[in-house]
Design a binder for this molecule. Structure first.
Ligand SMILES: C[S@@+](CC[C@H](N)C(=O)[O-])C[C@H]1O[C@@H](n2cnc3c(N)ncnc32)[C@H](O)[C@@H]1O
Length: 303
């Protein structure tokens, strides 16, 4: 097991789901994080409850919600390694008489101890329609780091190969990076859809029964860009386990907390399925390599 996961396991005990590079606990995120040692985590990617009355939320007065947010973000800051990062997805709430939909980051701005590198706009093509304002089609991800001058940014691992003019030249030299272009701060990635009313035909392949699932493509880009192989990723509000699946798919270790037992089960089932598929693919790969090597040596001995 990853050495930092062993530290966590020693402190928090047996998790609800465990594999060599994954620990998922059914615990309150704030209480669990408070027990862990400083600077243990390289990257945190999360979307907490927005306090808007979703099935998984306990509605709090706005002041208490902001105080709670401040407290858990302080724990993430304490747990983050010196050159680590924190990616936060927060939505909008309405404040009667003040705002129809105010971005939650505006309300917590002064309480976040991290340095803000960038706000990334996640733009999804389809969503609810409104008549009293423009139909909403974006959410924000805030990219925070501990140290403004030193942080992980693996741009080459997330370049977009879909370049419009790949042969563009300047002074006779190709101007475009062969790996593709910088994907910019607007990410056009579809939402995870349920396909309700269509007999599920339009549901995303990655869909679980969780009502607020991240698209894997968004999380994979963050993990690849802002952490390195072998590092430790945390999601304190892990829901269906998207962050965990993308962390292990990209050779990182991961720890997640989730308070709701049925979501823990969804995440556990999802991760088991992913790991079984991966094992099968690895076995097929090994078989293919063996066959290939045997064919080559047969050809050599025949020649
Ligand atoms: C927005 S959802 C996260 C969805 C997740 N990003 C995914 O892709 O599935 C927030 C999750 O936080 C969980 N949650 C709420 N309060 C919590 C707490 N105090 N500690 C841990 N988890 C909590 C909810 O049950 C819910 O599953």
């Amino acid at each position: 097991m990853d050495s930092r996961l062993s530290v966590i396991r020693k402190i928090l005990g047996k998790p609800a789901f465990e594999e060599p590079r994954v620990l998922i606990y059914q615990l309150d995120a704030l209480e669990a994080m408070a027990l862990l040692p400083d600077e243990l985590v390289d990257l945190t990617v999360t979307s907490p409850p927005y306090n808007i009355g979703k099935a998984y939320e306990y509605l709090m007065p706005l002041d208490s919600y902001i105080e709670w947010t401040r407290n858990w973000i302080e724990q993430v800051y304490r747990l983050t390694a010196p050159f680590g990062a924190f990616w936060l997805n927060l939505g909008y709430i309405s404040i009667p008489g003040r705002a129809r939909a105010i971005p939650l980051p505006y309300l917590i701005w002064q309480h976040v101890p991290f340095y803000l590198v960038q706000e990334v706009v996640w733009n999804y093509g389809a969503g609810v329609s409104t008549t009293l304002a423009f139909s909403p089609r974006n959410e924000k991800f805030l990219w925070y780091v501990k140290y403004p001058k030193q942080y992980t940014f693996n741009l080459d691992s997330v370049r977009d190969p879909n370049v419009k003019y790949p042969n563009q030249k300047k002074k006779g030299k190709i101007r475009v990076n062969p790996l593709g272009k910088n994907p910019t701060d607007v990410w056009q990635i579809p939402k995870v859809t349920t396909g309700e009313g269509m007999n599920g035909r339009r549901a995303s392949v990655e869909r679980t029964a969780h009502p607020a699932q991240f698209p894997t493509a968004v999380i994979e880009r963050i993990i690849k860009a802002c952490s390195n192989r072998g590092e430790l990723v945390l999601d304190p509000f892990i829901g269906s386990g998207t962050t965990a699946e993308m962390a292990i798919a990209n050779e990182r270790a991961v720890v997640g907390f989730e308070i709701n037992d049925s979501y823990v089960n969804i995440a556990a089932e999802r991760l088991s399925k992913y790991l079984r598929k991966r094992q099968l693919q690895d076995a097929q790969g090994r078989l293919f390599d063996e066959l290939y090597n045997n064919t080559i040596s047969l050809k050599r001995s025949a020649g």
